[in-house]
Design a protein around this ligand. Structure first.
Ligand code: COA
Length: 177
């Protein structure tokens, strides 16, 4: 993995509620096939602000991460509220990492992954999990995530149905810490 520049290291900062309109605009641009309502972003920020970061792009922002402790093998359905975080979480769930094109290949994505892994460690969680979409599975594999094969999940399982709710090509991926 390329070494991160000092500039890249300073790119991420905590998300605030004032960032939400811009975060939603970025989501709309990066994930047009996976629309989520504003309340979905706002609720995750309320429930677990420590897992919500934005990436600076000059005086603007150009990317975000949303993540939180969660139950294993139970990714939230697209555009659904969490209600509350589990009292005994089993994994650190990376709901989304998205960068506008100008911030890609800068090291910003790798830094966001490192920060999520560190957060999972500080929560004493043994895995990080996510639903890979948009052909991003290769990126996640480079960061040590492995897809759970569909035959291990069971094609009719709740997990498989939720994955299909994202897209036919969505993969559930897990990284052990
Ligand atoms: C997924 C995503 C966050 C990955 O970010 P990225 O910046 O594109 O990914 P990388 O950090 O691997 O960078 C891409 C390339 O830049 C290179 N690179 C990374 N850091 C670098 C650095 N500091 N200097 C130079 N090159 C660098 C990588 O080696 C990689 O090259 P390769 O594709 O030839 O292997 C980004 O593509 C994105 O936002 N996609 C749309 C949203 C999405 O699908 N998110 C995932 C949802 S599950």
């Amino acid at each position: 993995m390329p070494e991160l520049s000092a500039e890249a290291k300073g790119q991420w900062r905590p998300m605030s509620s004032a960032d939400l309109p811009r975060v939603m605009a970025i989501a709309g641009q990066v994930h047009p096939a996976f629309p989520e309502d504003g309340e979905i972003f706002a609720e995750r920020l309320r429930l677990y602000a420590g897992g919500c970061l934005v990436c600076r792009a000059g005086s603007d922002i150009g990317g975000y991460v949303i993540s939180h402790p969660w139950r294993a093998l139970d990714p939230p359905a697209l555009n659904s509220r969490l209600g509350e975080l589990p009292g005994d979480p089993e994994t650190y769930y990376l709901h989304d990492l998205a960068l506008l094109p100008q911030l890609r290949a800068t090291g910003a994505a790798s830094l966001a992954v490192s920060q999520a892994l560190a957060r999972a460690g500080s929560e004493k969680l043994a895995t990080v999990s996510l639903v890979a979409v948009n052909g991003s599975a290769g990126f996640w594999r480079r960061h040590g995530f492995r897809a759970i094969p569909l035959d291990a999940i069971g094609a009719d399982s709740t997990l498989a149905r939720k994955l299909r709710g994202y897209s036919k090509a969505a993969a559930f991926m897990v990284r052990q810490l």
